[in-house]
Design a protein around this ligand. Structure first.
Ligand SMILES: Cc1cc2nc3c(=O)[nH]c(=O)nc-3n(C[C@H](O)[C@H](O)[C@H](O)COP(=O)(O)OP(=O)(O)OC[C@H]3O[C@@H](n4cnc5c(N)ncnc54)[C@H](O)[C@@H]3O)c2cc1C
Length: 504
């Protein structure tokens, strides 16, 4: 048997690839396997949210994604008898370098991450399936089957289940997956649609249900998603059926053609009962699946991975206690539950055939939607939720505010905002970053405390300080503020570091 690994990543969808990207940045010994012999070529999740781009920018991947994708800032909401032109992310997103929704097929997102890994000598082992995983002592023994039928046993300290909705890791860990399936069937197609204003997303709200066109760019100009019309016969999905839906559900004369991919699917809403059991971790679709409303699925998976990777890396190299791994479920399970709740509500309002909700869609929405959209406070809250910039771990065990709290700026557990001084680029390297405002000479000389220079970088922001007064903000490797205090007393910071980044 080969030397044991620190981590085995099972699954090379967007979640597994993001986890591998972070583990590679820390030099953690790991392997990444996927049972499919080729990467997925279908477009699947079409949109990347601002927070995902922010988190991936730490590895130099975000700009490649932006170059390949289609940044969209507009939505046309087609209501009965009127069209509302809704600017997307124009309020509540002024503190991010990525104030837009990036349309890019999932296949391209995966290709970009795969190329990034390959350039750093990490090859996804395709055609390699995890069959069994048995914990025992210090390591889990994992049985892998290769594409030529040969089998191999590898030992790994931790096993990350990024292996999708039917996760083998989840079943090997004995973790439940609870929830329900929605009765509706959905139709999806990547195609050309003549008659649509280009470069913006279109939502048609009808009595029957919702119809979407997203500006995908490649492999086709548009992604169309519609509910299978109630009462219409099942059977093979055809361009004729999609054209009929467009004719019946929109007042516009749309002409659909040249489909590159058409499929139908059912939607589930399920969540893992735990994100961790012993040496097993779950992330992405292995931990949560839900409706695609709001484009949250793939994004939540990538952010699970980027919450987990640095924690595994720190624990494996002995830089952090095992207890740090407990914070993964504490921080990410509430996020997964929130996404399931939010997408369930949006889905129910958008698709229900209940008379009250049909009335809301056809009669109330044309009057209420303009009023709601004019309420900038409500719109900012909505955009921060959908963009995932609003995700925070304020109640998590690794978010601590000192005795004196700064009057301005983020709170402990919030993501570090980019405004006003392009802060995120300053803290883009791996490890923790300590931001100190005010003149450098007022701070103690022996920073970082305890000689943690390899994993903690100190930044004196000086005259370019984003917040007035004296603030110490310790930013975690995933860009969230771990410890925050006002004033130059660093006793609280020392205590935080002693707990989460102890001196060897
Ligand atoms: C038709 C369709 C349309 C979708 N549309 C949207 C959308 O509009 N918006 C949205 O946000 N999301 C959408 N999704 C969901 C989105 O694709 C998923 O959320 C995303 O792929 C999750 O990524 P993941 O890496 O967690 O899992 P996956 O992408 O499922 O990757 C899991 C990987 O694990 C591998 N694997 C599984 N078992 C094993 C094993 N035992 N050993 C080794 N490898 C294994 C699989 O081969 C796979 O490559 C759609 C999905 C589908 C199928």
């Amino acid at each position: 048997m080969t030397a044991p690994l620190d981590a085995l990543v099972v699954g090379a969808g967007p979640t597994g690839l993001a986890l591998a990207t972070q583990l590679r940045a820390y030099g953690t010994p790991f392997r990444i396997v996927d049972r499919s012999t080729d990467r997925a070529r279908e477009s699947r999740a079409p949109a990347i949210q601002p927070r995902t781009l922010e988190m991936l920018s730490a590895f130099g991947v975000a700009d490649d994604l932006v170059d390949r994708g289609n940044a969209t800032v507009g939505l046309h909401l087609h209501l009965p008898r009127r069209v509302l032109r809704v600017p997307v992310f124009d309020v509540g997103c002024d503190d991010t370098p990525y104030p837009f929704l990036l349309f890019l097929p999932q296949s391209e997102t995966e290709a970009t991450l795969t190329a990034h890994l390959a350039a750093r000598d990490v090859m996804v082992e395709r055609g390699t399936e995890l069959l069994r995983a048995e914990p025992g002592g210090e390591y889990v023994t994992c049985r892998l089957r290769h594409r030529d039928g040969t089998e191999e046993s590898v030992r790994a300290r931790y096993v990350a289940g990024c292996d999708g909705a039917h996760s083998t890791v989840r079943s090997q860990a004995g973790i439940g997956f609870e929830g329900y399936a929605y009765p509706q069937t959905f139709l999806l197609a990547d195609l050309e649609a003549d008659g649509l204003e280009p470069g913006v997303a279109h939502t048609y709200m009808t009595a029957t249900g919702l119809l979407f066109f997203f500006p995908l760019g490649t492999p086709a100009t548009w992604r169309m998603i519609a509910m299978h019309p109630p009462g219409s016969p099942g059977g093979k999905l055809s361009l004729d059926l999609l054209q009929r839906i467009a004719d019946d559900w929109t007042p516009d004369r749309l002409s659909l053609r040249d489909p590159v991919w058409m499929t139908s699917f059912r939607i589930h809403n399920r969540g893992a009962t735990h994100y961790r059991r012993g040496p097993f971790f779950l992330a992405g679709d292995a931990a949560h699946i839900h409706s695609p409303a709001g484009g949250q699925g793939m994004n939540t998976g990538i952010q699970d991975a980027l919450n987990l990777g640095w924690k595994l890396a720190h624990v494996c190299r002995g830089a952090a206690p095992e207890e740090l791994l407990e914070t993964y479920e504490a921080e990410r399970a509430p996020v997964g539950r929130g996404v399931r709740r939010l997408t369930d509500r949006a889905f129910t309002v958008g698709t229900s055939s209940h008379p009250a909700l049909r009335l809301a869609r056809t009669r109330l929405a044309p009057h209420m939607a303009p009023l709601l959209l004019r309420a900038t406070g409500a719109r900012a809250r909505l955009f921060r939720t959908v963009s995932e910039l609003g995700i925070h771990y304020r109640r998590g065990p690794a978010s601590v505010t000192g005795r004196h709290r700064p009057r301005q700026g983020p709170r402990a557990g919030d993501r570090l905002p980019d405004a006003p001084a392009g802060l995120q680029r300053r803290v883009a390297g791996p490890g923790y970053h300590l931001l100190l405002t005010g003149p450098a000479h007022v701070w103690p000389d022996d920073l970082p405390p305890g000689g943690r220079r390899d994993l903690l970088t100190v930044h004196h922001l000086g005259p370019r300080s984003p917040w007035p007064g004296l603030t110490q903000a310790l930013v975690r490797p995933d860009g969230y503020v771990g410890h925050l205090a006002a004033g130059t007393d660093i006793a609280g910071l020392r205590a935080y570091l002693d707990r989460w980044l102890p001196t060897p």
